[in-house]
Design a protein around this ligand. Structure first.
Ligand code: C2O
Ligand code: CU
Ligand code: CU
Length: 504
């Protein structure tokens, strides 16, 4: 399709949506500019900057062979201490929040057996994984806990496993920061809020050769917001439909499960793998104070791995499920400086995220950030074989929808052919972080203009702001079957802003 007519269509779609957004802003559910509604903790929030940043444990394989690393994870309720003086009954992967980190090698298969000992059925999805459909965590493919067995009503499910399920991840993909989390239809928001999320890192030879900061200077940072109930548990409303229709915001910011933690850093480069695992909250992250000369957040990677070259930012906007891989050089600060990672979209305590205390340190920093990081294979929109439009909108009669339809399992909204490039036009009424399973994509433009500053490289989640039209190029490869496309505001997702697509 010629780019002129594509533009015209895009313009028409955006205009239509702008009208809907006006109606919505005057409606009773949405507050303009807020991606959700705050739920206050029933206990006094903890004091910021009192605890050290925890690093999630790295999971050891139970068995390895020539081709495969085998892991086991038990999903269970565990008692955590997060707020001083209280305990938190959380839903966990293997007893911790975040769950244990899996460290994988590109091209080497990973098999994870997930056992469910939670009080409810569960589904686990590897976000960013290039995964065959039967291991991808389709929201209707549940694992029933051993206890509730055969008596549970499971007519609605597509596939039911009793007690455990094995997930096969070929890991035929680039080095990248992936994460795993619960994905059961209609119940993802509360399950993730209660603690079901963890990192899954993929390394490869290309990345190894670069000399980026590594070891304990390669730090995964899972940022979430939570509210606490009077008994110390993660507070989730009984019904989100009336009170938290547009997404749930907490009043305590946790990084790797700890409230506003502190990391002592030596004056050297650190690789910080930023993940926004919040249900609905968006953050505008910045270093305060900024280093001399500014642009202290040196982005080296996006959701789908390394960028072609580093992108230097003063602030980074990060929507739910997005990852930004950044290098911060703490040698640009005087020893003794306390550097806060702040959230310029927050207010009061939610404007603070964590702190880096720069020590005097000793020794040399051998790491580098090369100006050439990787080669990005650019998808050519001129070769697109199809153009599809997906409207993400609130329908007063139906709730959160895609193209006017609430999720129905088995109804595919698209049937892309493997190996071909398509253009997908994503149009929003409100804030919608749109996620596509199976393969990453490239952002072609926003509102008929250039991509935004945070759209570079391979993405699997793109932040749509109210009344935006974002064009992406997608190309699915490798696995035929049914996958998901959805809003990653987990309350929107649970209220059916999700669709199947089937690759063939
Ligand atoms: Cu991170 Cu379909 O999800
Ligand atoms: Cu995903
Ligand atoms: Cu949404």
């Amino acid at each position: 399709m010629a780019s002129l007519s594509r533009r015209r269509l895009l313009g028409a779609g955006a205009a239509l949506t702008a009208g809907a957004a006006g109606w919505l802003a005057g409606g009773r559910w949405l507050t303009p500019g807020e991606p959700g509604t705050l739920l206050r903790s029933q206990v006094p929030p903890p004091e910021p900057y009192r605890v050290a940043l925890p690093i999630p444990p790295v999971l050891r394989p139970v068995r390895t062979d020539a081709t495969t690393d085998h892991y086991e994870i038990t999903q269970r309720v565990a008692t955590l201490s997060i707020v001083p003086g209280l305990t938190t009954q959380a839903w966990t992967y293997d007893g911790t929040f975040p769950g244990p980190t899996l460290v994988a090698r590109s091209g080497r298969r990973v098999v994870v057996r997930h056992r469910n000992e939670l009080p409810e059925p569960s589904v686990v999805h590897l976000h960013g994984g290039h995964t065959p459909a039967d291991s991808d965590g389709y929201p209707m493919d549940v694992v029933l806990p051993t206890g509730i067995g055969r008596h549970h009503d499971h007519h609605a499910y597509r596939d039911v496993a009793h007690g455990f399920r094995d997930h096969t991840y070929p890991m035929a993909q680039r080095a990248a920061t992936l994460w795993y989390h619960d994905h059961r239809h209609g119940a993802t928001g509360p399950a993730v809020w209660r603690g079901l999320a963890g990192f899954h890192l993929v390394h490869d030879d290309e990345e190894d050769a670069l000399g980026l900061p590594s070891g304990d200077r390669d730090v995964p940072l899972m940022i979430t917001d939570r509210s606490f109930a009077a008994d110390g548990s993660f507070h989730y409303p009984a019904s989100i439909h009336d009170s938290h229709m547009n997404g749930l915001l907490g009043d305590v910011i946790l990084v790797n499960g700890a409230p506003w933690p502190v990391l002592e850093t030596v004056p050297a480069r650190y690789r910080l793998r930023l993940l926004n695992a919040s249900n609905a909250r968006r953050y505008r992250l910045a270093l305060d104070p900024p280093p001399r000369g500014g642009r202290g957040l040196v982005q080296i990677g996006a959701d789908g791995g390394l960028l072609a070259r580093p992108a230097r930012h003063d602030t980074i906007d990060i929507a739910p499920a997005e990852r930004f891989d950044v290098v911060v050089d703490f040698a640009r600060y005087r020893p003794g400086t306390r550097v806060r990672l702040v959230n310029r979209l927050g207010a009061g305590a939610t404007a603070e995220v964590m702190r880096f205390d720069v020590t005097s340190g000793t020794g040399r920093d051998e790491s580098v950030v090369p100006e050439r990081l990787s080669t990005i294979d650019t998808l050519n929109p001129g070769q697109a074989v199809a153009t599809r439009t997906f409207h993400f909108q609130l329908r007063p009669d139906r709730g959160w929808t895609i193209n006017g339809l609430p999720y129905r399992a088995g109804r595919a909204l698209a049937r892309p052919r493997l190996g071909t490039t398509e253009i997908w036009r994503l149009i929003s009424d409100f804030h919608h972080p749109v996620h596509v399973h199976l393969d990453p994509f490239q952002v072609l433009g926003r509102n008929n203009g250039a991509p935004g500053p945070y759209d570079q490289g391979w993405k699997d989640t793109v932040d749509l702001r109210p009344s935006e039209a974002v064009e992406i190029a997608v190309r699915f490869t490798g696995h035929a079957g049914t996958f998901m496309l959805h809003c990653h505001n987990l309350e929107h997702e649970d209220m059916a802003m999700m669709a199947d697509f089937t690759t063939e």
